[in-house]
Design a protein around this ligand. Structure first.
Ligand SMILES: Cc1cc2nc3c(=O)[nH]c(=O)nc-3n(C[C@H](O)[C@H](O)[C@H](O)COP(=O)(O)O)c2cc1C
Length: 387
């Protein structure tokens, strides 16, 4: 609620909502606040949400009007007016929705080829059912890294595309130069699922780079031990020793004190109290501190912790590297996010046109449907635009 209030105070009109399991009062409040009707009957909702989802049941909630139960609650709390509550029945929670297929970071590993058509069918069904004043719109994320994959996404009906993994190897990314080099060497199979720091106990996972780091293996070991034992003291001695010497690089109690200090600084005494009376929870917090710090080590480029780098990355990275090999985009120094995006979009146009011709029965010479990395100015010149 505090975050949403900040957005409203600053007039933020468009937000991305990802990893939601259900609609929350905060999200509904953001979407409804300020909704009004013009004299000619048009309904204007000034705050827009782009949802990012990988599951149908969540997509349904975003394509539906705000849930009545939450709307009533907000009205009772006088956060919204009766008129705002009434008008909210005519709008979807999100006008735009990104279907997220197998990707870097948090992912359900859904295949894009099956996920996107399902989401588009759902969109059509909701437009039919609710007759919203504006069209719903579905974009695609996950695995998009080459002109071919971008063309495929648009060919299947995506309204827009979104990349993640490849952006992290770009000049603008905040990750250390050492990690960008690792990312540029990655092949498609160099990724693995590993336990996530934020939802460690429930077994949530993130997709990470496995080449050049032992993070995925080590984090998995911690998760399996957490599941099997009630306390760190009950873990077999050899495993205890490995964790203390290699993973934590200090003894368990010292690691706990540092973890405890972290929760004190975050003003979260509840976590400390629980851990001090529940040895399994204490173990979870210490293990999670390793997982959390492993991302920081990768960002900082901490050389002593190279083997523990947690680097979110999906198979898109390897696909991009193969496409960009032997070109000016092979290393991280020339990878600029906007130039990568321009290459994918321009390449997708060329490939789509080539496919039109092929489906008309025209045989294209070998390589005519291939697009290789190009400098921005060259693309703009070819497209008849100026920079
Ligand atoms: C390093 C990294 C950090 C990310 N952080 C977020 C995030 O904070 N919020 C979010 O919604 N998605 C996040 N994502 C997911 C991306 O926004 C995007 O949906 C996904 O990476 C697309 O799939 P791709 O990795 O195959 O390109 C992240 C992805 C990566 C690789």
């Amino acid at each position: 609620m505090a975050t949403v209030q900040l957005y409203l105070d600053h007039g933020i009109r468009l937000i991305s909502a990802a990893a939601f399991m259900r609609m929350t009062p905060a999200l509904v409040y953001y979407r409804i606040k300020g909704i009004h009707q013009t004299p000619d009957g048009q309904i204007i909702a000034p705050n827009k949400i782009i949802a990012k989802v990988s599951r149908i049941e969540i997509a349904r909630q975003f394509f539906s009007p705000p849930p009545q139960k939450i709307v009533t609650l907000l009205e009772q709390k006088q956060l919204i007016t009766r008129q705002e509550a009434d008008l909210s029945r005519h709008i979807p929670m999100a006008q735009d929705l990104t279907a997220e297929a197998d990707s870097g970071g948090h992912t359900d590993n859904r295949p894009a080829l099956t996920l996107l058509p399902t989401m588009i069918a759902l969109k059509n069904q909701f437009m039919e059912q609710y007759r919203y004043p504006s069209d719903l719109c579905v974009g695609l994320a996950g695995g998009i890294a080459t002109p071919e994959s971008a063309a495929a996404a648009f060919g299947m009906g995506a309204a827009y595309i979104l990349t993640g993994s490849i952006n992290q190897s770009c000049v603008e990314a905040g990750i250390s130069p050492e990690v960008k080099e690792l990312l540029c060497q990655a092949e498609q199979a160099d990724v693995a699922m590993a336990p996530a720091a934020d939802m460690f106990e429930i077994g949530a996972r993130v997709q990470v780079l496995k080449r050049g780091t032992l993070f995925a293996l080590r984090a998995e070991k911690l998760y399996q031990l957490y599941r099997a034992y009630d306390s760190f003291a009950n873990i077999p001695k050899a495993a205890q020793q490995e964790i203390e010497t290699k993973f934590l690089q200090t003894d368990f109690e010292t690691a706990w004190q540092a973890t405890r200090d972290f929760f004190v600084s975050r003003k979260m005494p509840g976590q400390i109290d629980k851990a001090e009376s529940d040895a399994k929870h204490k173990m979870a917090l210490v293990f999670r501190s390793y997982l959390g710090r492993s991302s920081q080590w990768a960002i900082q480029g901490n050389a002593q912790r190279k083997m523990d780098y947690q680097i979110w990355c999906g198979p898109a990275m390897g696909a991009f590297n193969l496409w960009a090999q032997n070109s000016f985009l092979a290393g991280p120094e020339n990878r600029r996010t906007a130039d990568l995006a321009l290459n994918l979009l321009f390449g997708a146009c060329v490939i789509t046109r080539a496919m039109f011709l092929q489906t008309q029965g025209i045989a294209l010479p070998m390589g005519a449907a291939s697009v290789f990395p190009m400098e921005k100015d060259r693309i703009l010149a070819l497209a008849g635009a100026t920079s």
